[in-house]
Design a protein around this ligand. Structure first.
Ligand code: AVI
Length: 334
């Protein structure tokens, strides 16, 4: 992240006075080439899951959240709707609400209605996505002050916070924390705690471990949308790095590793083959896999231990009636 962020208000026709201010930290573009070449050259091949989200991948992910098998999104929304008032009481109304990753508009709208914050600070790496959702919310909540921050929250980040705004609360939905390795997750939670300061609160959605058949279906749906999402990684690499990987020569695989409590997604080579990426040749044996994503599932006590190691005190946790998903309220220890 560059030292100096630029700030500007972003007027939009038809929305009256814009209440959206953009703070652009100009997040460095990912070193796609370096990460892909290193991942494909490793003895256990792997690719970084953040590469899923190009335009086509983001559209496929939106479609995943609507699938009958993919329970997390609708379950988390149900929890927010059922317990919004209690969450607002914990987090405090009329405060500053930071959202990490400006993702599902249904989730944030439910929370904004319950919390009625005085300032909303969405943080997202994609400038277009950030502004699009900020302006949509500005139209829906015309009195809300929106300070949108374009930054990569998975690394060190600072926010444009005015001390007169009072207490801070953050929202990190979708079990996105599960896509980080536990060590990285602890470090990320530690950075969030540092941004919030003593007494600040974090509301975080965390997927729970469950029957492996339910988990594996959620990541390998009958319509093949998740398989397309997984293979799109290869299409993106071909386009951006100049490659001739054949996405159809790889099978989509999702499996739950009970010991590590994580769903792993892989692309499995259907045959002995080789492909060229950015001028380098890579060989794949039949059955060899490229590990593309881990999605950790944390039991309530396990997640609370992780949060405590990062400087939080667990305050409350809400789940759905089937114990599929959890939403934790954590307070930064003083
Ligand atoms: C974004 N993230 C929390 C999703 C998950 O469930 O781990 C990504 C995903 N991968 C396949 N389906 C959804």
């Amino acid at each position: 992240m560059r030292a100096h962020a630029t700030a500007r208000t972003t007027p939009r026709e038809g929305h009256g006075v814009a209440r959206v201010r953009l703070h652009d930290h100009h997040p460095a573009p990912a070193d796609v080439r370096g990460e892909v070449l290193a991942g494909l050259a490793a003895p256990a091949k792997h690719l970084p899951p953040k590469l899923f989200y190009d335009e086509a991948g983001s559209r496929l992910f939106d479609a995943i959240t609507e699938l009958p098998e993919y329970y997390p999104t609708r379950t988390e929304i149900g929890i927010l709707q059922a317990h919004g008032a209690e969450m607002a009481a914990r987090l405090g109304r009329g405060r500053v609400l930071i959202e990490l990753g400006s993702g599902s508009s249904r989730k944030i709208q439910t929370l904004l209605a319950a919390l009625q914050p005085r300032v909303y600070v969405p943080v997202d790496i994609s400038r277009e996505h950030l502004l699009e959702s900020a302006h949509a919310l500005a139209a829906r909540f015309p009195t809300l002050e929106i300070q949108a921050v374009c930054a990569d929250y998975s690394g060190p980040f600072a926010l444009p916070l005015d001390p007169t705004w009072g207490g801070l609360a953050a929202f990190f939905p979708g079990s996105s924390i599960g896509n980080f390795e536990p060590d990285q997750a602890r470090r990320l939670l530690g950075r969030i705690a540092a941004v919030l300061g003593a007494g600040g609160r974090l509301l975080i959605g965390v997927d729970l471990p469950k029957d492996p058949a339910v988990l594996e279906a959620a990541y390998d749906d009958a319509q093949g949308v998740t398989a397309a999402f997984n293979r799109n990684l290869l299409t993106r690499i071909n386009r951006e790095l100049g490659g001739d990987l054949d996405p159809q020569a790889f099978d989509h695989l999702a499996r739950f590793d009970t010991e590590r409590s994580r769903v792993e997604m892989h692309l499995v080579s259907r045959l002995d083959q080789q492909a060229r990426v950015a001028g380098e040749v890579f060989r794949f044996r039949r059955g060899e896999t490229i590990h593309t994503e881990s999605s950790y599932k944390y039991a309530i006590a396990a997640f609370q231990r992780l949060a405590q190691a990062a400087g939080f005190v667990p305050e409350q946790v809400w789940t759905d009636p089937h114990q599929r998903f959890s939403v934790h309220c954590l307070r930064v220890d003083s």
